[in-house]
Design a binder for this molecule. Structure first.
Ligand code: HMG
Ligand code: MG
Length: 318
């Protein structure tokens, strides 16, 4: 049995995107550097999306330029970024071209990640497009990725439940995933956006993925990933069940950053993405192998918490 688990740390992107106060780019760079040193397989560094929609990540190009020398020393760690459309993909390519000129790096960003949902309402709210329109926008992104030798991840959000539409059928989730594969995504990332999953519902989704998209895809860490939020404290149990069923790639965030705005109240921010250290511990306890250096990860988690605490007004209950 292949018991090695691949980890993508999404703290710099998913963990920070909803922070209201501006976090200095240098602080984000400190976090990415610590993650590069921690032994995670991939870091989702930022997003090339509209800064009107996600102001916090409007410094994506500056951040990539800042960490390029560090990435040059850690070429085995994949750096990825979200892009919602061709404009975002072009911006990522420009970053790579600059890194090639300045640092001789053939590929600073090695993966682009497009994102849609299995819920029409969520898709509209998140990207001002229906699911079909969003996927249409990804077609030129897929061409750009292919032309430049970049991998393409396709997220399917609301893979378990939508904050607006309620429970989502697994058949709808795999339909969207199949369309993403059709237009050229190499990898599908199933997002439990609001952390509604339980081992039963996540397990059921894995079984439908296996039946409809194939056991090979489910088990391949380069082709299938699970993205769990820990809103209700079920994420590590869900991960262990998914791993039992064959999943070998997970997303998580150092320091458990995130805190889905749809699940937060004015008094309390919801717990965020599953914390990388909690995920690592749970999966190791279940017998899987994760090549992360615990001390390095602890350092990254401390930085993650510090930069968020520093940006929040005193008295924030989250
Ligand atoms: P729109 O307003 O419909 O797009 O937004 P538009 O094409 O009409 O453009 C509007 C403005 O945005 C224009 O500027 C464009 O140039 C600009 P203006 O003329 O008004 O000055 N623009 C861009 N700027 C920079 N980079 C770009 C870009 N594209 C357009 N790439 C759009 C459509 C998709 C752009 C917008 O809705 C958007 O950026 N949404 C981002 C939403 C987002 O990032 N959400 C969070 C990530 S998803 C997530 O967190 C879930 C996940 O974690 C998995 C899970 O948990 O399930 C991944
Ligand atoms: Mg997320």
């Amino acid at each position: 049995m292949n018991d090695r688990i691949r980890i993508t740390d999404v703290a710099p992107r998913d963990g920070l995107q909803n922070e209201a106060a501006r976090i200095p780019t240098e602080d984000k760079a400190r976090l990415v550097r610590a993650l590069l040193a921690s032994g995670v397989d991939e870091v989702e560094v930022s997003s090339f999306v509209s800064p009107k929609w996600i102001p916090q990540l409007g410094d994506a190009a500056e951040l990539f330029a800042m960490i390029a020398p560090d990435s040059a020393k850690r070429r085995q760690v994949v750096l990825s970024t979200l892009v919602p459309n061709e404009k975002g993909a072009q911006a990522a390519i420009e970053v790579n071209q600059a890194a090639a000129r300045v640092h001789g790096l053939d590929r600073l960003i090695a993966k682009l990640s497009v994102f849609t949902a299995a819920s029409e309402t969520f898709s509209k709210r998140n990207t001002n497009a229906t699911i079909a329109e969003a996927i249409e926008r990804f077609v030129p992104v897929a061409s750009i990725a292919r032309e430049h030798g970049l991998r393409l991840r396709g997220y399917v959000s609301c893979a378990i439940r939508c904050p607006f539409e309620g429970d989502i059928k697994a058949s709808k989730v795999v339909d969207v995933a199949a369309k993403l594969l059709e237009i050229g995504c190499d990898e599908i990332d199933f997002g439990d956006t609001i952390g509604a999953g339980t081992p039963e519902t996540v397990g059921a989704l894995c079984e439908v993925v296996r039946t409809e998209l194939g056991d090979d895809l489910l088990r391949d860490p380069e082709r299938c990933t699970l993205h769990l939020h820990d809103t209700f404290g079920h994420a590590t149990a869900c991960a262990v069940e998914a791993a039992r069923l064959g999943v070998r790639s997970f997303d998580s965030a150092a320091g458990g950053l995130g805190g889905c705005p749809y699940a937060s109240t004015p008094e309390r921010r919801a717990p965020g993405n599953v914390a990388t250290d909690a995920l690592t511990t749970a999966l190791r306890d279940a017998g899987y192998t994760i090549n992360i250096d615990d001390a390095g990860l602890a350092e990254a988690s401390t930085i993650a918490r510090e930069i968020v605490a520093g940006a929040r007004p005193t008295g924030d209950a989250s």
